[in-house]
Design a protein around this ligand. Structure first.
Ligand SMILES: [Zn+2]
Length: 161
């Protein structure tokens, strides 16, 4: 019996996000961690509304790219996924959408953190108190080294909880 292919979950999630308008065109990227610490991530330039099993690249725990084809490159934001897996060892998947709303909000931020209002969704991070001044880190998506992302990520206080 073979293990369930996590790429099927990523394909289904991507199709849902695409239909929501959160992954328009080739925007956004998804990954899922495998038991050995490697992860599958969507290849760059693929429409998220019509992915196939061959539209993914595997990244080893050491950061080595294992591409199924020389024409497939990992998402340009692979480093963000690597950083999240380092910060949150319990994380099994990363869904990085590009909603219009999130893009607009990130443009209105002064500095490198976004102060979140007392949102109902914070309970998902085990934050039940109101008015705690929870901040989310905002950083460019073109950074290529996890060592550069990790300190930026920690500038907000919504991190490992
Ligand atoms: Zn992005």
């Amino acid at each position: 019996m073979s293990a369930f292919d996590l790429r099927l979950e990523l394909i289904a999630a991507a199709e849902y996000f695409y239909k929501q308008g959160w992954m328009v065109g080739t925007a956004g990227n998804l990954s899922a961690r495998l038991p050995d610490g490697s992860f599958w991530i969507t290849a760059s330039g693929k429409s998220k509304g019509n992915l196939n099993l061959t539209d993914f690249v595997k990244i080893t725990p050491d950061g080595v790219v294992e591409s199924l084809s020389e024409h497939l490159k990992p998402s340009a934001e692979t480093t963000i996924h690597q950083s999240i897996y380092k910060l949150f060892p319990e994380a099994q998947a990363c869904y990085h959408v590009h909603s219009i709303e999130a893009n607009l909000v990130s443009r209105f931020v002064e500095g490198n953190t976004l102060l979140l209002p007392s949102l109902e969704m914070l309970k998902g991070f085990n934050i039940w108190q109101k008015n705690l001044n929870i901040t989310l880190s905002i950083f460019p998506n073109h950074i290529r080294k996890t060592s550069q992302i990790l300190p930026l990520w920690k500038s907000g206080n919504l991190k490992k909880l």
